[in-house]
Design a protein around this ligand. Structure first.
Ligand code: NAD
Ligand code: UDP
Length: 324
């Protein structure tokens, strides 16, 4: 039997989704990219349109859709705080109804389905670094809850479809990932700092800048997703995927200023509500089960990302579509 598959990538036009589509197309698979372009734009995938093994469907994953596929990567969901808080009810619907729709499809087609979950399921963690067995500290009524609780509910749905309906699932908890093709106005810290540094604007540091994140370069992350999809069926996760190098926002700002050669200055703004104070993945499980670990250190990944930011025309990007 051929090892080539029909693969659906929901959110396939996004930052991570478009790279995943590229990788899968290069491996020869038939790839269907489904997206409603809420936080992305066609420029991310326009170069893929002429490929005979690529198909684009503009569709909202909160609505059912019938497709025949062998594998599904479920990435559809706004991921940056500004994007997911823009219409929080829609964010929750995307995680919950989107998961129900892809899980129903997977059940009908006997397809394997991978959920792009997040380190946000750990909330503002009391355990450091975060291991998969940690159940998290999420504020269920805060401004981040639409995303955090939506993703937690999605994990629940994945596990229940797996236990009750024997759907072949995978759950990956992705930690902060960056790289070329991030939306330059998504409000995430790396896109903000690089954009601000290149434009000579102040670097907006929230709080005192002592909060930490661990940043993974997108190629490493996409490799982890593919390895998880191809892992033996007994291993459904959840598995953490991220880079364990941990940096404060002040350290990140200094590095971006050094690498861009910018003379921008820091500007301190209030820390948003429920902003996690620290975050670092424990990736022992991914190492053991997937033989995976990140290969690209922050400095190198930032250089590549800065180069891409220098090459784009910021006028081509717009904020998320209103009235969602
Ligand atoms: P992104 O915003 O670039 O990509 C998300 C894509 O989903 C976009 O193309 C968007 O238009 C699409 N989308 C949103 N709602 C949709 C809907 N209702 N129907 C169809 N398409 C929809 O973000 P990303 O960073 O590429 O994130 C991809 C996935 O990975 C998300 O599920 C996100 O939660 C998860 N993730 C990302 C990170 C990260 O640091 N990048 C961290 C943790 C988890
Ligand atoms: N942050 C910041 N300045 C910015 C944007 C973000 O200091 O311009 C901080 C934010 O408060 C958080 C960290 O950077 O502590 C990471 O934010 P991001 O939105 O990138 O990711 P998340 O909070 O979802 O991990």
């Amino acid at each position: 039997m051929s090892s080539l598959k029909r693969i659906l990538v929901t959110g396939g036009a996004g930052f991570l989704g478009s790279h995943l589509c590229e990788r899968l197309i290069d491996e020869g698979h038939d790839v269907i990219c489904l997206d409603n372009f809420f936080t992305s734009q066609k420029t991310n995938i326009v170069h893929l349109l002429p490929k005979p093994n690529f198909e684009l469907i503009r569709h909202d994953i909160t609505l059912p859709i019938f497709l025949e596929v062998d594998e599904i990567y479920n990435l559809a969901c706004p991921a940056a705080p500004g994007h997911y808080q823009y219409n929080p009810i829609k964010t929750m619907k995307t995680s919950v109804m989107g998961s129900i729709n892809v899980l129903g499809m997977a059940r009908r087609c006997r397809a394997k389905v991978l959920q792009a979950s997040t380190s946000e399921v750990y909330g503002d963690p009391q355990v450091h670094p975060q291991v998969e067995s940690y159940r998290g500290a999420v504020n269920p009524i805060g401004p981040r809850a639409c995303y955090e609780e939506g993703k937690r509910a999605a994990e629940t749905l994945f596990m229940d479809y797996h236990r009750r309906n024997r759907v072949n699932i995978r759950i990956c908890r992705i930690f902060n990932t960056y790289g070329p093709r991030m939306h330059p106005y998504d409000g995430r810290v790396i896109s903000n700092f690089i954009r601000q540094a290149l434009m000579g604007e102040n670097l907006t540091i929230f709080g005192e800048g002592t909060q930490t994140r661990s940043f993974c370069y997108r190629d490493d992350l996409v490799e982890g997703l593919i390895r998880m999809m191809n892992a033996p069926d007994e291993f459904v996760g959840p598995v953490n995927l991220g880079n364990s190098g941990e940096f404060s926002m002040l350290e990140l700002a200094e590095l971006v200023l050094e690498l861009t050669g910018s003379r921008s200055k820091p500007a301190f703004l209030p820390l948003p509500a429920d902003d996690p104070l620290k975050r670092q993945p424990d990736i022992a499980l991914a190492r053991k089960k997937l033989g995976w670990e990140p290969t690209i250190p922050l400095r190198e990944g930032l250089l590549r990302t800065i180069e891409w930011f220098r090459s784009i025309d910021l006028g081509h990007y717009r904020p998320p579509t209103p009235n969602y």
